[in-house]
Structure formats: C-alpha cells, structure tokens
Design a protein around this ligand. Structure first.
Ligand code: HPA
Ligand code: ZN
Length: 326
C-alpha cells in the first residue's frame, strides 16, 4: 500500500518549474495592491476562476499578466521563498528552476533586482534547511532571436548562476531553426542546452530542437509518440523529457490524466521525469502530480521510484551526487 506519507518523505528532484508559474493567487493579489498594479480580479476565488484554459496561449496570456505584479527585489525574494517552502513540504531536495528575464525586463526591471531577490531566498533556504537549487535561463520563443541574444549577453554577468539555457512560450509558429544562432552562442558559453518542445507542437519540432538547437534535454516532449523512430532515438540516447502531467491536462494536450502517455514512455525506457510546470496555475505542486499518476495508473512503489530516480538522473547534478539517490 502506497501512502501519501511514503511519497511525501521520499527525496525528489523537480526539473521543470517556471518561477513565475509558482506565483500563488494570494501573493499575486498582495503584490498587485502593494505595487498599484490593476488586475481584473480582486479575490483568490476570482483569480482561480479565471484559470480555465483552452490551450497554451490562453494560459500564457494570464501567466504574463500575473507576473506583472512583480516589481521590487523583495517581491522576487518572496516569490522564490514561497516555492522553496513548498519544496520543503514536498521533500524536493533538488530543483532546477526556470527564470524568464524578458518578462521582467519588459516591465523595466533589471537583472540586479530580480537576481538579488532570487539569490537571497535561495541562500536563506540553503542555510535554514539545506536544499540544492540550480537556475535555468529561460528565453521566450515568441520574441525575436536578436532580443534573446541581447538577454543572453546581459546574463553574462550571472553566468555562474545559470546552469542551462532553455526556451519556453509559444511553440507553434516559432520553430527551432529560428534560434539556431542563439543556441550556438549558448553552447559556446558553456551552458547546458534544453528547450520546451513537443507540448502542443508535432514530433517534427522535437527533431528540429535536437538538430538545430542541439539540445540534450526536452521540456514536455510528449508529442514524441507520434513518431516511433523518435521514441527509439530518445530511448537509445537517454534524452530526458521533463513531463508535466497536470499541466498537460489543464492545457488540453491530453483530455484526461488517464490518457497521458508518460507511463507508456516509462515502460519503453524513455527517460521521463515528473514535474509541475506552473503549479499555482495548474492545480498542483510536485506531489500532486505524482498522486494524479498513482491514482490514474494504479502505480506501485517500483514505478514511482523509477520516476523519482529519473528526476535525479536527468538533472544537471554531477554524477557522484546523482548516485546518492540511486
Ligand atoms: N509551455 C510553454 N511555455 C510556458 C509553459 C509551458 O508549459 N509554462 C510557462 N511558460
Ligand atoms: Zn514549462
């Protein structure tokens, strides 16, 4: 019998979590009031009622609106600390967190402001209870490659703080070859390379991400099952997919959790991992995602352990640290 206590005490890694996606309704309303930002909601219920998404774009519109309440260093501190406290609750001992500078720069907020807030929260969590955190520089596919390169250059002053270069936002209409030069630059600067791909977009876009962007890890990637040759390639090269089950249901990638393909992929030895993506928007943090899978697929402890171990194997931790969790 698998108890929720067993799952909650199990040390876990989370590899796909956008820090802006962890902004909870209460914090959003509090910061909007403090910073004088007009939002179309005034209660937690109104915020949560708005979270009915028909696709990725309908979510992204609200997600960028929500992030517009973040203005001061302290706001970024609280955003990060709220998530790190959730990590403690869910026993996430290692997290790789996506930071999206373009969202803040568009509101006139510089790297010094948000990075100071994030780093102060991480330092506090490390000293208070001990947690391992890496940051991913996540750029936005709906912007131009030149804009992304400008932000990559700005991040040079923080290159020790970012372990990887990734991309999120609108996948369809922004194909991998649009960002080939950006990724060549990212590679030359020593970043690990990953990108969102194959969430709404086809298996072709995943192939493109592997080839034109040279990525070694794919965020989502669930549409790979449209192409058996691609599934074989992912398996043979053990290319990790950071899968987000509740997100995929809320954004209608799958109609219901029982239709999700993550367990099929696990059984085929593809390196799939479980993550929450934007937990404040999709109705669940990491353990909720595991519970949804356990219930829908009647998973036993062996299956859950395989998924949890994949989270460490797919991480950017050095091999000796990974082995601690095997
Ligand atoms: N897909 C693309 N962009 C995103 C997502 C996602 O799931 N979450 C936050 N930005
Ligand atoms: Zn994502």
């Amino acid at each position: 019998m698998m108890t929720s206590e067993w799952l909650s005490v199990l040390p876990k890694a989370e590899l796909h979590m956008h820090i802006d996606g962890s902004l909870q309704a209460e914090r959003m309303l509090q910061l909007a009031k403090k910073n004088g930002i007009d939002l179309p909601y005034s209660t937690v219920e109104e915020v949560e009622d708005a979270y009915q998404f028909k696709d990725l774009q309908s979510f992204l519109d609200l997600y960028y609106l929500g992030a517009s309440v973040l203005r001061e260093e302290d706001d970024f501190y609280h955003l990060m600390m709220d998530y790190l406290l959730k990590c403690r609750e869910d026993n996430i001992v290692h997290a790789e967190i996506m930071v999206e500078p373009q969202t803040y720069l568009a509101n006139g907020i510089g790297f010094d402001v948000f990075m100071s807030g994030f780093k102060r929260a991480i330092a506090d969590a490390k000293s208070q209870w001990g947690i391992s955190i890496l940051l991913i520089l996540s750029l936005l596919k709906h912007t131009t490659e030149d804009e992304c390169i400008a932000v990559l250059n700005m991040a040079d002053d923080y290159s020790d703080d970012f372990v990887a270069l990734g991309m999120a936002s609108t996948e369809i209409g922004n194909p991998p070859n649009k960002f080939q030069r950006l990724y060549e630059l990212g590679k030359s600067r020593g970043y690990n390379l990953q990108t969102h791909s194959g969430e709404e977009g086809s298996a072709d876009l995943i192939w493109g991400s592997l080839e034109a962007m040279q990525v070694k890890r794919i965020d989502h990637g669930v549409r790979c099952t449209d192409d058996p040759l691609l599934v074989d390639h992912l398996k043979n090269h053990q290319i990790p997919l950071t899968v987000c089950p509740l997100s995929n249901v809320r954004l209608r990638v799958f109609d219901k959790i029982e239709d999700h393909n993550i367990i099929d992929l696990l059984k085929k030895d593809v390196l799939v991992t479980v993550n929450s993506d934007d937990p404040a928007y999709f109705g669940g943090f990491l353990n909720d995602n595991y519970h949804a899978l356990i219930d829908a697929f009647d998973l036993d402890k062996t299956d859950v352990l395989a998924l949890v171990k994949n989270g460490f194997r797919a991480s950017y931790l050095p091999e000796d640290r990974v082995q601690v969790f095997m």
